[in-house]
Write a protein that binds this ligand. Structure first.
Ligand SMILES: [Zn+2]
Ligand SMILES: [Zn+2]
Length: 149
């Protein structure tokens, strides 16, 4: 008895043979895989984004291959793709994209300014002020140079 399924890529009906893709898409995936593998061999330090852009292959597929262990590359392993937790933009590291990081820092700066209205110093051991530490690490230095008043 044949196990018929819908291809998740193109929605065609196909006979399942251990692989959840129709023959046509499977072939296409093989081709893409070959191109990606070839690219990585030439540029071992390339990131997923670079490979995806250079080969035209969806980076999610590349990530899948990495997860499945079919692709092994130093560059890819250490430079996986992340998505900004705020707006979903693709980023290469951290938790937020540049723009959201800026926004967050702006918001933090404003909060800090408001807090600075109080005369007390934050070096105070009081536990209630522990929330002061909610800075976004990356651009800490910039907060200090922001004295436009
Ligand atoms: Zn298909
Ligand atoms: Zn963002």
């Amino acid at each position: 008895m044949q196990d018929l399924r819908n291809c998740p890529e193109c929605d065609r009906l196909f006979v399942y043979m251990g692989r959840n893709l129709c023959p046509r898409c499977a072939e296409k995936a093989e081709e893409e895989f070959r191109v990606v593998k070839e690219y990585i061999r030439k540029y071992p330090g390339a990131t997923v984004i670079e490979v995806a852009e250079a080969t035209g292959v969806d980076e999610l597929k590349i990530l899948d291959w990495l997860k499945e262990g079919r692709l092994i590359s130093k560059g890819l392993a250490k430079a996986a793709v992340f998505y900004c937790e705020s707006c979903g933009t693709r980023i290469s590291e951290g938790r937020f994209c540049r723009r959201c990081l800026d926004e967050l820092n702006k918001a933090v700066t404003q909060t800090v300014k408001a807090l600075k209205g109080e005369p007390e110093k934050r070096s105070e051991p009081g536990e209630s002020r522990g929330r002061d530490r909610m800075f976004i690490k990356e651009k800490d230095a910039r907060l200090g140079s922001d004295d436009d008043d």
